[in-house]
Design a protein around this ligand. Sequence first.
Ligand SMILES: *[C@@H]1O[C@H](CO)[C@@H](O)[C@H](O)[C@H]1NC(C)=O
Ligand SMILES: *[C@@H]1O[C@H](CO)[C@@H](O)[C@H](O)[C@H]1NC(C)=O
Length: 291
Amino acid sequence: MAPVILLCVVALASVAACQLLTAEQLASAVPGHLELDPEFRKLHPNIPGPSEDVDSFIVGGVESTPHSRPYQVGLYIPASTSTNSFCGGTLINARTVVTAAHCVDMRVGNISVFMGAHNMPPGGDLNIVARFAGDVVIHEGWNRAILLHDIALIRFEVAVPLSASIIPILLPRDATHDYLGNTTLVSGWGRPSDSINAISPVLREVTSWVISNYACRMAYLGTVQDSHICISGAHGRGTCQGDSGGPLVINGVLIGVVSFGSAFGCEVGWPSAMARVTSYLDWISQNQATV
Ligand SMILES: *[C@@H]1O[C@H](CO)[C@@H](O)[C@H](O)[C@H]1NC(C)=O
Ligand SMILES: *[C@@H]1O[C@H](CO)[C@@H](O)[C@H](O)[C@H]1NC(C)=O
């Protein structure tokens, strides 16, 4: 795969990432969906399990206009010496990416972080900046058993150069809004449908809306807490479109970090749950890298 080589040439900062991740590893990375993890199935038997019989129809959503979501980050996380999982993330300042704790808590090495990309694995796009990052802060309250505080930060030693394709997103200023009914945008390289267990080659996005935590709690039998925010899965608008760890955005502001959905899949209309960013503003400001 020549484009990966080109990336190493054009983006000097990415040399380490290029050397340590082969084209084969990039191509074989699997989406880091919490609900597909067998351990998750054991911990959460009440959350509907994977369907044996999946129809392959297209999940709602469209390819993003290239570089129109300049805060979007793609993460390759080494899960063993030979396998990587893939997650999304969001740039919140030139030295900090927000992602889900469940994406990074089992990593066995540094994470390859790609910014400014439209294609994934990233090709020879001149807009891309890559980092090979090991400075990760996982929320101290993160707990796989209760799916609480699924948020983490990845910090860079050196700030990434911002450009038209790489711009940090804004965080909410007012922690009191619940965003009920507001239109949401989720983007990512997640599976384009339930039947494809690989990432999408292009960035995709889907709009939905915020539902009440009460309704979401009904769907997830109590798992949902105040520090979660849920979006409707009506019309198959699930987070297969996005990836774990990726952004839930309302009006250009980061409101959620994609955490979990139903392992039934994105196509059955189950809501998707996120870590509610307004619950973590203090934690983020205390732990982010400063620029
Ligand atoms: C891995 O990450 C650590 C901490 O950020 C950093 O010091 C180290 O240089 C990285 N390793 C490589 C090979 O880039
Ligand atoms: C959310 O929806 C309410 C009610 O429609 C609206 O007043 C508010 O401006 C929206 N907020 C955002 C951030 O879009």
